[in-house]
Write a protein that binds this ligand. Structure first.
Ligand SMILES: C[S@@+](CC[C@H](N)C(=O)[O-])C[C@H]1O[C@@H](n2cnc3c(N)ncnc32)[C@H](O)[C@@H]1O
Length: 536
């Protein structure tokens, strides 16, 4: 999912926020009286160096990965009211908060953000326990979030509750220590399934139908853990082996190891801030989940081909595809979001790829698409979806999405896939993908497409991935029962992904040709001011 990066506004100030949910009303009034009685403890005067850049405040130097400080809990208490309204994506709320708090260092941000996301991942469980205890409810949630970030989030001294509570010692007031110990000894099997699995009822029911009642709890558990940090080595600039040596030579509190399946992937054990490394700035890697990396191999682009990434967003998959093409041919990155395409630009510049051509479209029926009809070798449709396969990293989605939202997305997914399919030349490959786990967004869309488009046939994912896994009887994520590709967080350790591979049949029959071209592309809704951004 692409990150929203809103501009800083007056409402970004935590003290001016007014969206506290009912559960957090006590916290809000406590915060107000605290602020009026005391000077804000978080507002230390900024110190700047000769270039005007903010330098870390004194106390921050003492902050080690293994300790939480009182201000971390206070920041969380301030952040939570807006986060828990679910009006906006959580990453947007968190980055806006951090922009308003420029004095926070990387490690502070990592701990606060990880704690906030832990609260979203385990909202039902934490809310139930936080109904009683010391202090405000926001304070209690903040402590549970910090405990989770310090233990399973990998930011503390060890992955055990006792060490997490010890790492929190500086933060805890009288009574909170025992309260957290009580939390650590809860037998989760005694809790209601919706509480212990931290899912809304509609999603728990959906997982009961697919993957099924026996496995849904294992799936739900895997979605309650933070995602691993995976990198894709940019093979235009380095190799996975060279990158691994470089990353491990940096000497941070982490280790880089190869990902088990993706050939260019590295898994980072630990939580380093990598954006300031020379390796990142020089384009040697992109942060990308292993499942996303593998998806590019399902498309299997070849050098010199004409390829379209129909829903390119900020270009995560575009860049992986461009590198497989060795920067040859032509790779159009289409998207309806100018903001996301704009985020692709700096990534493309770092990547060194010269075959990528970002193109803004006003809809899947944009008239620009017509000009590419029947000319493209491969098209990827990484469709907008509920993102239910990415709940480890976007846990707010499970609380923000609804069954009605799924139905709306289904219509969009079918329309985009139908339009994208018109781009293919005979023999060309079309891949439909989502990061969802819901059959309505996956198998059902793929089957509906096949039923309505006899000019296409399904290619078994096992066949498409055979070159990548030559020694495997059944390549990763493939099945003997169906042609689709599916990755699961609880089985493969990746985000959840679905992929369907189609091939356009050779045009031998005039009937097939006619059915392929029968729905003309609409161009009635092209915004005039964007019309100049034509395909080159
Ligand atoms: C799952 S995201 C794509 C992520 C991207 N491929 C990546 O790897 O980072 C879906 C994208 O579809 C775009 N989108 C939504 N409606 C669209 C449409 N009608 N035509 C093309 N793109 C669309 C969204 O703006 C969003 O960027």
């Amino acid at each position: 999912m692409s990150k929203e990066r809103p501009s800083r506004s007056a409402s970004a100030s935590p003290t001016s926020r007014s969206k506290a949910g009912p559960r957090l009303a006590t916290q809000k009034s406590a915060q107000k009286s605290y602020a009026t009685k005391n000077k804000d403890p978080l507002r230390r005067p900024e110190r700047r160096n000769a270039s005007g850049n903010i330098i870390a405040p004194e106390g921050q130097k003492n902050f080690s990965n293994a300790k939480a400080l009182p201000q971390h809990a206070i920041h969380l208490e301030r952040l939570l009211p807006e986060l828990l309204t679910f009006d906006q994506p959580a990453d947007r709320v968190v980055s806006r908060y951090f922009r308003a708090e420029p004095q926070l260092g990387n490690r502070d941000r990592a701990l606060i953000a990880e704690s906030a996301f832990a609260i979203l991942r385990r909202k039902n469980e934490f809310s139930q326990f936080a109904v009683s205890g010391e202090g405000s409810q926001a304070r209690r949630l903040a402590l549970l979030g910090l405990l989770s970030a310090l233990t399973e989030g990998g930011l503390g001294s060890a992955n055990r509750a006792e060490s997490g509570i010890a790492d929190l010692a500086h933060v805890l007031k009288t009574g909170e220590y025992e309260w957290l110990q009580r939390f650590a000894t809860i037998d989760s099997s005694t809790l209601n399934p919706l509480v212990r699995n931290n899912l809304p009822e509609w999603l728990w029911d959906a997982f009961g139908k697919y993957p099924g009642e026996e496995t849904r709890e294992a799936l739900a558990k895997s979605l309650m853990h933070p995602a691993l940090l995976d990198l894709r080595a940019n093979t235009m600039k380095t190799t996975r082996e060279q990158l691994m040596v470089e990353m491990n030579a940096l000497g941070g509190r982490y280790q880089a190891i190869p990902t088990p399946y993706a050939p260019d992937g590295l898994r980072i054990m630990g939580k380093p801030a990598l954006q300031n490394t020379v390796a990142f700035k020089s384009g040697m890697f992109e942060v990308q989940d292993e499942g996303s990396q593998l998806l590019a191999y399902l498309l299997a682009p070849k050098r010199g081909e004409m390829v379209v990434d129909f829903c390119a967003g900020a270009g995560g998959k575009t860049l992986a595809i461009g590198a497989i093409m060795r920067s040859t041919g032509r790779l159009y990155a289409l998207d309806t979001s100018e903001r996301r395409l704009a985020n692709l630009k700096p990534r493309q510049a770092r990547s060194g790829l010269s075959n990528v051509h970002p193109v803004w479209i006003d809809s899947e029926n944009d008239s620009k698409i017509k000009r590419l009809a029947g000319k493209i070798d491969r098209v990827l449709v990484d469709a907008p979806c509920t993102g239910m396969g990415t709940l480890r990293r976007n846990p707010d989605l499970k609380w923000r999405q609804t069954p009605t939202g799924v139905l709306e997305l289904n219509q969009k997914q079918m329309n985009i896939l139908a339009s994208a399919s018109r781009l293919l030349k005979p023999g060309g490959r079309l891949v439909y993908a989502t990061c969802s786990l819901l059959p309505q967004e996956n198998q059902q869309i793929a089957e509906d497409f096949l039923a309505k488009h006899p000019e296409f046939e399904a290619v078994p994912a096992a066949e498409a991935l055979k070159p990548l896994f030559p020694k495997e009887a059944l390549p990763l994520g493939c099945s003997l029962d169906n042609p689709w590709w599916q990755l699961w967080p609880h089985i493969h350790g990746t985000d959840g992904f679905f992929g369907a591979v189609f091939q356009k049949k050779a045009a031998t029959s005039p009937v097939l040709e006619a059915s392929a071209n029968k729905a003309p592309l609409k161009d009635g809704n092209v915004k005039p001011k964007k019309a100049s951004k034509a395909l080159k």
